[in-house]
Design a protein around this ligand. Sequence first.
Ligand SMILES: [Zn+2]
Length: 184
Amino acid sequence: MAEERQTKVCKVCYEQIDARAKKCPFCRQYQEPFVFFTLHPALVMWLFVLPLVALYAFMGLWLYRSFSTGEDFARHEGELRVISSNMAWAEDESAPAIWVVGELENSGNVPWTDIQIEVQFTDRAGRLVDKDTKPDRGTVPPHRRAPFMVATIPGLPRDNYAACKVYVRWAKDARKSWFFGLGD
Ligand SMILES: [Zn+2]
């Protein structure tokens, strides 16, 4: 018994095609919009893979941020400079202290914190008489200036201290994670 073949007209090229056809054999166009998704394994795969790739990238970034050791200051040394400094004596004569205040300039892209400031004191003849290194806990953001302040207890009588020079010896990447920061 010959079965009457049901036909329909292709929506795109208007050829007579099988009524059950999801894709036109003449022009290769899909006949229903949603058929496209079910018939294209590559597209279906991408719909699943892309969110996974995005999730993977996000987790990678999270892990990097959580466990990052930060940038090594030695590679950025010239980017954090002392642009001005002043020394002042504390008023209390029984417990002498020298305050050194000034401004830092960060010309790089790394935010720095725990900045180790070395102060070299010279006498009136310009001779080095004392030095000290102290941390400043502030943060200097990239391409910004920020004040610093450190205090030192002088090892010599006051007359020996005429001037000071200030240097940044080390700093910590402020983005460095708490995980690696524990050891500091
Ligand atoms: Zn067609």
